[in-house]
Design a protein around this ligand. Structure first.
Ligand SMILES: Cc1cc2nc3c(=O)[nH]c(=O)nc-3n(C[C@H](O)[C@H](O)[C@H](O)COP(=O)(O)OP(=O)(O)OC[C@H]3O[C@@H](n4cnc5c(N)ncnc54)[C@H](O)[C@@H]3O)c2cc1C
Length: 406
């Protein structure tokens, strides 16, 4: 197996090499049984499958190609990242669900803010596939994240100073698979709320960390509550300065922009095309219903517009990553609403059968999406990463210059 990045300087060759490799490494789309056997329907199967996919990506240099060279990546350009994303979408390659924080948020935060020790230990570990989760939200602090109350107290100890953590986190995705957690906690309760927050790197195996999975409407438990009781975090695992965690958190949150959304809409494009192709082949009844046809066409048109918007965002980011823009908020609202409306359409097209719900196996390639699953799951996407109402506030205040909410 050769490193595909050797071909990265010629985009056409790079694309064809990735395409050929994907064809080779993934089970064919029609072999549903093999795909299901690979990814399973339980959490152990999911973990095994995700680790298998990571190992395959590593072999050909596609695990962390977007990371900077000094962090062990290949520092590839945005155009090269786009080629990879397009080919992953085209092949309906497995997503890297378990590693979203590991691959994106950890390097984006630790490289600018980490000490030499933190970068050597944690970024290298992330490159080896250690799973990270994000412990930001609390039962009383989601949209108003700066209102968080999980407490961190500095304890002087001859054996090594540490912070003692007490509090509760919630909605922490993939935390039951995680080895480490990026954690926000309050180190000062007596200052303006943004000013008293610190950012920690927490060992999920430390005594006092309890993970309680939350079962979702889809019957899965992708996220969990974290109960933290007298958890010790050594002082060397404070990221950035004490009480300056809010600034660090902005780097984490900004890393959610761009290429992930791009790959996702490319996937949706192939998914919609496949649904249409199948309907035409089978002369499906819904194609004769003008209303349903119109709805499908409207969603397809929205998707095309969205794909354009995302390309625009990527181009803007390439010029200046910090340029003020409300485009990410526009994209988030349009994308999550589109997916929800589209899943709603598919459940109606499916008739009574379309409402039957069977939990999907974990995202192997090519397995046709279960419409009801996608519909139920789509609500989470309108909430995660800042709710659509909050995004609308951002668009109206920062984009349209409307009066700020009091
Ligand atoms: C699938 C999923 C995965 C997630 N993963 C993680 C994770 O890994 N780590 C993590 O820390 N968190 C995670 N979250 C949590 C997520 O960040 C929060 O759910 C989100 O920020 C909203 O906060 P909340 O749930 O407390 O809702 P609230 O903030 O309590 O909001 C409740 C309702 O009020 C509305 N609202 C609130 N404030 C305003 C306002 N000013 N103007 C108008 N409307 C308003 C909201 O839009 C919402 O409809 C995840 C959530 C989901 C759904």
């Amino acid at each position: 197996v050769s490193n595909l990045l050797a071909k990265k300087d010629n985009l056409d060759e790079f694309r064809l090499a990735i395409r050929a490799w994907l064809k080779d490494v993934l089970p064919p789309a029609e072999d549903l049984e093999r795909q299901e056997n690979m990814c399973g329907r339980d959490y152990a199967g999911f973990e095994k499958f995700q680790n298998w996919w990571m190992a395959e990506l590593k072999k050909v240099g596609l695990w962390t190609p977007h990371w900077p060279v000094e962090a062990g990546g290949a520092g590839i350009s945005l155009k090269q990242q786009i080629v990879i994303a397009e080919e992953m979408a085209r092949a309906a390659a497995p997503r890297r669900n378990m590693f979203v924080i590991t691959l994106n948020h950890v390097p984006a935060t630790l490289i600018p803010f980490g000490t030499k020790y933190q970068i050597e230990k944690y970024v290298a570990g992330a490159a080896n596939g250690e799973v990270w989760c994000q412990g930001f939200s609390e039962p009383g602090a989601g949209s108003d994240l700066a209102g968080l109350r999980c407490k961190a107290e500095l304890v002087k100890d001859p054996a090594g100073d540490y912070y003692r953590i007490n509090g509760q986190k919630i909605w922490s995705s993939m935390s039951k698979h995680a080895r480490y957690c990026i954690l926000l906690a309050r180190t000062d309760f007596n200052v303006r709320k943004h000013a008293g927050i610190s950012y920690f790197l927490m060992d999920m195996k430390a005594p006092g960390v309890e993970v309680r999975p939350i079962r979702q409407a889809t019957d899965r438990a992708e996220f969990s509550e974290l109960f933290l009781t007298d958890v010790k975090i050594p002082v060397q695992d404070l990221l950035g300065q004490e009480n300056k965690g809010w600034t660090v958190a902005q780097a984490t949150l900004a890393s959610e922009r761009g290429v992930i959304a791009f790959e996702d809409t490319e996937r949706k494009r192939y998914e919609m095309e496949a649904v249409l192709k199948k309907a035409v082949e089978k002369d499906a009844a819904w194609l004769k219903d003008a209303q349903l046809r119109r709805e499908f066409a409207r969603h397809l048109a929205t998707l095309q517009g969205l794909r354009r918007l995302i390309r625009e965002l990527l181009e803007k980011n390439e010029i200046d990553h910090n340029a003020p823009t409300v485009l990410p908020s526009v994209i988030k609202v349009v994308q999550t609403q589109l997916y929800q409306d589209y899943a709603d359409l598919l459940t109606r097209i499916g008739g009574v059968e379309g409402q039957y719900f069977e939990p999907e196996p974990w995202d192997a390639n090519g397995i046709p999406g279960d419409a009801m699953h996608d519909f139920l799951r789509s609500f989470g996407n309108t909430i995660a990463g800042g709710t659509n109402e909050i995004q609308r506030n951002i668009i109206s205040e920062r984009g349209l210059g409307m009066p700020r909410e009091k």
